[in-house]
Design a protein around this ligand. Structure first.
Ligand SMILES: Cc1cc2nc3c(=O)[nH]c(=O)nc-3n(C[C@H](O)[C@H](O)[C@H](O)COP(=O)(O)OP(=O)(O)OC[C@H]3O[C@@H](n4cnc5c(N)ncnc54)[C@H](O)[C@@H]3O)c2cc1C
Length: 385
């Protein structure tokens, strides 16, 4: 893996690994077990400058590349998926949307507190009746004279919502125009008329916050609109393309964590008078886990490098997210198998990894949606001239 990285990237990897092992790993099981929001992790990630990592320095960020973000996301996810979900929903969705699409005044107003992590940003696209089909939006924003809009509707499954200071919310300003009528706003989470209801009982990433958001006649100044009316769908799709790079990295980290746990366990577990590591069946599992993890890392790095070069990465980020999440699925499954009965119990981290993995094939576009994105893009290349 080392040969993949530049000297500077290796330094980031090593620093992030030490940080994650020292500050996140010791609490990961507790956050999961108690469904406890990882505030200590947020504080630690703030100190590390992670909350505004890829935002522009003039906006209070660190100006890191997506290749660097992928390394950081991998290391956090290797030990704590609750922490990486919290971080990535804030950074790759929330902060990135404002960093990229805010005008000068909006950037000045919203980004310093978001990049420092003092205000966590939630990103609200999904609705009860529209997840994969994000264009079919019910939440409305109606003009209230020239100076403001009034928002009504609800969002569901929103990461960090209850913990947030700001929400990037996607609304319909003109239902008749379909996705061309989607408009994005940055809303203060404590604005009158906003109500949150926490959603509990998740299978995995149990410490991360997930909530429904209700908007009842929420007045939002026109100055909080990102871009023009109708730009919202393009904004959401642009951000999902880049955010999927970081979610691919999340899966790579999880797969790597499962592999490392299994590779250590086989050194000490004996069956039939021999260590597990001597069994070819076990060696083959480890070889397949490492190969898929590496392939996923390479796809992720390619997508990150395209994004960093300002090139189209729609197909490549979908490929990376699809492949990496399925590689993680394979790796956590094999890790539990290698641990045998011990892998089936809470005190073993691979049990948590097994549950945490499942969301990677669902959020920010299910695996079916990634395949739709990839196929559409491929078929365009072969369309009759
Ligand atoms: C823990 C968690 C955190 C989340 N965080 C956020 C967040 O911060 N912000 C946010 O906006 N959203 C968030 N989501 C929502 C998430 O992105 C959606 O759940 C996801 O996009 C799927 O939408 P859905 O649940 O409505 O499923 P549906 O769209 O109803 O899909 C159901 C099934 O049908 C399949 N399917 C749908 N359409 C097609 C098709 N055309 N062809 C083939 N198969 C299809 C899907 O792949 C899936 O298997 C989160 C979800 C969870 C569970």
């Amino acid at each position: 893996m080392d040969a993949l990285y530049t000297e500077e990237e290796r330094l980031i990897r090593n620093t992030m690994r030490e940080f994650a092992d020292a500050e996140l790993a010791p609490n990961a099981a507790r956050w999961d077990e108690n469904e406890e929001f990882p505030w200590a992790s947020v504080e630690a990630m703030k100190r590390m400058g992670l909350m505004g990592l890829t935002a522009k320095p003039e906006h209070g960020g660190s100006g890191a590349s997506y290749a660097e973000l992928a390394i950081a996301a991998e290391e956090v996810s290797r030990v704590c998926m609750t922490s990486s979900t919290t971080l990535l929903a804030h950074l790759s969705l929330g902060v990135s949307t404002i960093d990229r699409f805010a005008d000068g005044g909006q950037a000045e107003r919203f980004l310093p507190a978001a990049c420092s992590g003092d205000k966590i940003v939630a990103w609200a696209l999904s609705e009860p009746s529209s997840g994969s089909d994000a264009a079919d939006m019910q939440t409305s924003a109606k003009r209230n004279g020239a100076g403001s809009y009034v928002l009504n509707g609800s969002k569901i499954f929103i990461t960090n919502a209850e913990q947030s200071g700001l929400i990037v919310v996607f609304t319909s300003t003109d239902r008749a125009k379909g996705h061309r009528g989607t408009t994005a706003f940055v809303v203060e989470s404590d604005a009158p008329g906003i109500e949150m209801r926490g959603m509990h009982g998740k299978l995995g990433i149990r410490g991360s916050g997930t909530a429904e958001i209700y908007f009842s006649d929420v007045e939002v100044p026109a100055g909080a609109r990102l871009g023009e009316e109708g730009d919202g769908f393009r904004i959401a799709m642009t951000i999902l393309d880049s955010s999927r790079v970081s979610l691919a990295a999340q899966s790579v980290g999880l797969a790597q964590g499962a592999f490392e746990a299994a590779a250590r366990y086989v050194q000490q577990r004996e069956t039939f008078g021999e260590l597990l590591k001597e069994r070819q069946a076990i060696q083959f599992m480890l070889a397949d886990m490492a190969t898929r993890t590496d392939a996923a890392r390479l796809l992720t790095r390619r997508a990150a490098q395209l994004k960093d070069a300002g090139l189209s990465h729609n197909r490549e980020s979908a490929m990376a997210k699809l492949y990496a999440s399925e590689a993680a699925h394979f790796c956590v499954d094999k890790a539990v198998q290698i641990f045998g009965g011990y892998g089936f119990f809470r005190e073993n981290p691979v049990e948590r990894m097994y549950r945490d993995q499942r969301i990677t094939e669902i959020y920010e576009g299910t695996s079916e949606v990634q395949r739709i994105v990839i196929a559409r893009s491929l078929l365009k290349d072969y369309a009759a001239a």
